[in-house]
Design a protein around this ligand. Sequence first.
Ligand SMILES: [Zn+2]
Length: 311
Amino acid sequence: MSEYPAHIEIEPHVHLVRGKNEARFPEANTLIIDDEILTLVDAGSHPEQVFSTLRDLGHKPEDLDRIVLTHFHADHKGYTSHFRRISNCEVLCHPLARDAVESFETMMKTIGIVSPETKEQWLSLLRSRLPHVQDDYIVDGTFRDDRPIDCGEVQLTPIHSPGHTHDHTCFGINGLEKILLVDIDLTDFGPWYGNIVSDLEDFRKSIERIIDLQPPMGISSHLLDPVTEGLDEQLRSYLAFFDKRDEEILHHIGEGVDTVKQLAQVPIIYPRIPYSVYLLFEEIMLDKHIEFLSKNDLVLLEDGHIQLQRA
Ligand SMILES: [Zn+2]
């Protein structure tokens, strides 16, 4: 048993199912919309959490009608194939997510895992932390940014927020006052953009867009509680990570570290590298910073060697 309740009510019909492991990777939170169309948003919380919530709401697992996925990542699509086997529910995702959700092989390519070596590292991480995400299955349909998903009483408004991944989508719950922020996750780690389909500048813009919307409530996929108090401030601190990482990278380059591989050995973004495949993610994120810094004339990149650009 977890030390915290499996679910909390966000508003009538809308419940936050908290992932195990305090909702941290490899788990993620799930929303249950207990409505005419019994809907899950993401399927990253352990089935025990989801099923006990359904039971408390008077449902059985086989009653599930639909799963809406926020993006193709393994910790969010999570137990989709398992839930679908039980309930035969439909699965919806963003058009850009479709191929990577349907095929495990395409998911790896979309992440940027292509060499046999990184593939083996990734599979070993999955075997130990996410053994349930390797099934292929068919996505029944896609949602559109400008078209709310109708659950009955509740409307979910997709807000395409690329950066973390190209398909990453936040959801407004009955308008834009309460927003599922997904992996604009407000954790102490900060933003994560370690896939080839991630984009640092898009990520910034997506956070800025959420700040502009001034939602009174933001729900992270990796925090146990929705954020209401100080949400604006928390979003701004989260945005500030990009500049802080730029500065740290510049500092190390100033000290003579002159390749991405060496920077990744520090490491800069991860506090440590617990699984070897994380080194690939660290390098991809650093590559994006170097690209940005070079575009802004702060570093010079020549034959893979980086140096500070002096004015
Ligand atoms: Zn993600």
